[in-house]
Design a protein around this ligand. Structure first.
Ligand code: UDP
Length: 327
């Protein structure tokens, strides 16, 4: 009897927040996992537990340069990208390159390997949306030359070139549009609202609410997101699918939840609203429900509790590494 070969998957952005959770998931599913990351925003701490495993290997590589992986590949997940507004303000060119050149390289690799590729797109393709909640057939409202343009347009190009490889080359492609996601392994100083608020509460500093805090977001716990991505990869659906939690909240209310969670008595202080900050965001997940049988299971109270436990478990000095790592 011949032994069946284990499936092999390449995950780019493997040392990042989402990439590291995907590595864990596919190792659990019995895959051989090849992680790749240039470690600009990712951190090996997130995947250090995997290095001892025979089924895990890691390449320190920038995917915006030619990508070579020896051996067979069945799947590719392209999750390499700076993904917080602070990151793409600080490293705009790398952000553009990984979404465009990086995606092109990985599509080429997928062709050579006859692999199925799933690319990580984002709710940012909808920009500051004029349609609410956002359905996949909404084309968006993006300022190409604003501070978020480097991320938003790279991701829009990524979707376009991925569809082109599907229609022109018959490549098996999948596109996930990821809405705000949170959970363990978020970077404490990435500037996003959740690590910012929890970090501030733990240090006893006031929470910085941008604008009047009336803008909304809808936060999805990472385990739910990973399940949605897994199901999309295994499905036969080639058009973009929103994955996110439709439970919408204003940033001010979110700040109040963080104060309650942490038992902190600091205040909320208002800071100027960054340019082009979307006023509202909530995914319409009808497609994910119908096509993937997926919907989020972890509510915000539970997800925030787990995330807070993670941040509290970090070495104390991590809390004070507030200086931005590229500055
Ligand atoms: N925000 C805030 N205080 C902070 C960081 C962010 O009020 O310290 C706001 C930000 O202006 C935005 C929302 O929280 O309206 C979510 O920001 P984040 O950077 O997490 O992600 P975005 O959804 O804007 O990409």
């Amino acid at each position: 009897m011949t032994e069946t070969r284990k499936k092999r998957i390449l995950i780019t952005g493997a040392a990042g927040f989402l990439g590291s959770h995907l590595c864990d998931r596919f190792i659990r599913e019995g895959y051989k996992v090849v992680g790749m990351d240039n470690l600009i925003t990712g951190d090996l701490v997130n995947i250090q537990h995997l290095f001892k495993l025979e089924d895990f290997e890691f390449y320190h590589h920038d995917v915006s340069k030619f990508v070579f992986v020896p051996g067979e590949l069945d799947y590719i997940l392209h999750f390499a990208s700076p993904a917080s507004p602070i990151d793409y303000l600080k490293i705009p060119i790398q952000t553009l390159k990984v979404g465009s050149l990086g995606t092109h390289n990985l599509l080429g690799l997928a062709r050579v390997k006859k692999a199925r590729i799933l690319v990580a797109s984002t709710s940012e393709v909808y920009g500051d949306p004029t349609v609410h909640p956002q359905t996949e057939d909404y084309w968006g409202n993006v300022n190409p030359v604003g501070p978020r343009g480097v991320y938003d347009e790279a991701k829009r190009f990524q979707e376009a070139i991925t569809m082109a490889y599907h229609t022109y080359h018959g490549l098996e492609t999948r596109i996930v549009r990821i809405f705000n996601t949170y959970g363990p392994r978020m970077r404490l100083n990435d500037g996003r609202v959740l690590p910012a608020f929890i970090g501030q509460a733990l240090r006893g500093e006031d929470l910085t609410v941008f604008g009047d805090g009336s803008q909304t977001r809808s936060f999805c716990y990472v385990d739910d997101l990973i399940e949605g991505i897994y199901r999309l990869l295994m499905s036969d659906y080639v058009y973009p699918v929103n994955i996110g939690n439709p439970s919408e909240i204003t940033i001010k209310e979110f700040g109040e939840e963080i104060l309650k969670l942490t038992g902190s008595d600091v205040k909320m202080i208002m800071k100027p609203l960054p340019q082009d900050d979307p006023k509202q965001r909530r995914p319409d997940i009808t497609k994910a429900k119908e096509i993937l049988g997926w919907e989020p299971k972890v509510d915000r109270a539970e997800g925030l509790r787990r995330t807070y436990e993670y941040f509290k478990s970090l070495p104390k000095d991590e809390l004070y590494k507030t200086a931005y790592r590229f500055s």
